[in-house]
Ligand binder design. Sequence first.
Ligand code: NAD
Length: 487
Amino acid sequence: MSQTPQTLLINGEWRASVDGITQEVNNPANGTVIQTISQASTADVVAALEAADAAFPVWAGMSARDRARFMHDAMDIFRANLDAAARLLTLEHGKPLNDSIKECRYSADVIDFYAEEGRRIDGTHFAGDLGPTHSFVLRQPVGVVAAITPWNFPVDLLAWKLGPGLAAGCTFVIKPPSEAPLAATAFVRAFAEAGLPPGVLNVVTGPGGSVGAEMVTNPLSRKIAFTGSTATGLWIAEQAARQLKHVTLELGGSAPFVVCDDADLDAAVPDALRRAYSHTGQICISVNRIFVQRGVYEPFVERFTAAASKLRVTADGLAEPDADMGPMINAKAIDTVRQHVADALERGATVTTGGDSPTGPLYANGYFYLPTVLTGVHRDMRVMQEETFGPLAPIAVFDTLEEGVKMANDSPYGLAAYVYTADLDRAFYAAKHIRSGGVGININDITDMRGPFGGMKMSGTGRELGQPGMDSYMEFKHVRLRHRAPR
Ligand code: NAD
C-alpha cells in the first residue's frame, strides 16, 4: 500500500499525486511539521478538471432542492467535526482558536444560506414590444469553476465560492493555499462524506505557479474565482481574458479608518484596534491607514497606542484561544512589515509602540511581530501606499472631512473603509465619496453574507456574497418566443 498521503480529491476518490510529490505543512508559531500532504502534478489538475467537466451536466441537471440537500447534509457533517477543523486551522495558520471556530462556523452558515438562495433563483419575463412575443431570461450555471484561495481565511473564502457556485449548479476544482490547506480539506471532506456525486468537487493542492496556472489556463474551466494578491490577480485576469472566462477577483486592500472629531472614541479606539491587529493584520479588510481629525488626534493616538501595547500575542493559539493575535504566516510576511517600518522611520515617522519582534523563548521559532503604531506618517511612505498585511497601524492627522476622504482615497486600493462619526451628514458624505467596495460607518466590519463584498481599483473586480455573488456563477440567457393564435 502506498505511503503517500491521499489528500487530493479527484472524481470522488482521495488520491496521492501521480508523481508522488509531497509537501509539509508547518505551524508558523513554532516551525513544527503538522502534516505531509500530496502536491498535485499538472496531470492531476487535468484529471480534476475533466472530472468536474463530466460531472457538470449531472449536477446542473439536478433540482436546486436536491443540490441544497447535499449542501445542508455536508454542513451537518462539518459542524459535527468543527472543533477538529478549527484546531487544524489554528495549527496551520496560527490564529487563536476562537477566531478559527468563528471562521468555521461562518463558513458553514454561508453554505446553508446559499443552499436556500439556490432554490430562490428566478428570472425575468416580459411581453415583447414588437408583435406577439414573450421573453424570459434563464439563469444557467457557468460550468466548471477553478477556485483559488489564500491562506488567511482558507475555509471562509472557499465557502464564499462553493456556496453560490454549487447552489447555482457549477462544479469545482479548488486549490487550497499551500501554507494552510488542512482545514479547507476538512471542509471539503464533509461534502464528500455527504455523498456529493463524484467530480462535483475536486481538490488539488500545490504551487500556484503550476497547479493554479493550469487551472486558470486550461480551457475546461469557465470561471476563475480567485482571492489573493493583486499581482497574482492581474496575471489571472490576463490569462482569463485570452479565453474570455468569467472572473471574480478579490485582491489586496489598504483600508482607511477615518475618525472624525465628533466620534465616540470609546468605540473607535477598540474597533480600530481589533481591525488593525486581528489575524495579525493579515486580512484584506484590515485597517492599514488611520486618519484622525485634529481635535481628537492626540487622545486617539494616546489611547490607541496604550491599547496596542497591551494586546496579547500568543505562540499557542490552542492554549490561549482568546488571545488577540498569533504569528504571521511566514518569514516573507515579516520582512514586508520590517521594510515598511524601516522606510517610514527613514522618512521621519515615529514608532509609539512595537516596531520589532517579541523576544523570549516562546517566540523564538515562530514568525512573530509586535502590534506596532506609527505616527508622523505621510503619503510618500510605503506603508501609506502599499498593502502591509501585518500588525502595523500608521496614524495621520486631517483637518476637514473633505481632506480626510481625500487622504483615504489616496491609495491604489479600494476594498474596505471605515468612518467613525456621530453626524449623519458626515457619514453619508464619506460613504458616498470614499472609493471602496464597502464602507463601515461606526462599525469595523463590512462583511454580511447578504450584502456584496468586493473591491474597486486594484482591489479587484466582481463581487462575492449577496445576490451579485450568486449571479456571478450564472449565465443569463434571453429566450425570445413568438406566439400565435392557436390553430
Ligand atoms: P497570493 O496571490 O500569493 O496567493 C493566493 C493563491 O493564489 C494561493 O493559493 C496561490 O498558490 C495561488 N497562486 C499563486 N500564483 C498563482 C498563479 N500564477 N496562478 C494561479 N494561482 C496562483 O496571495 P496570498 O499571499 O496567499 O494572500 C494574501 C493576499 O490575498 C493579500 O494581498 C490579501 O489582501 C489578499 N486577500 C484578498 C481578499 C479579498 O477578499 N479581497 C481576502 C483575503 C486575502
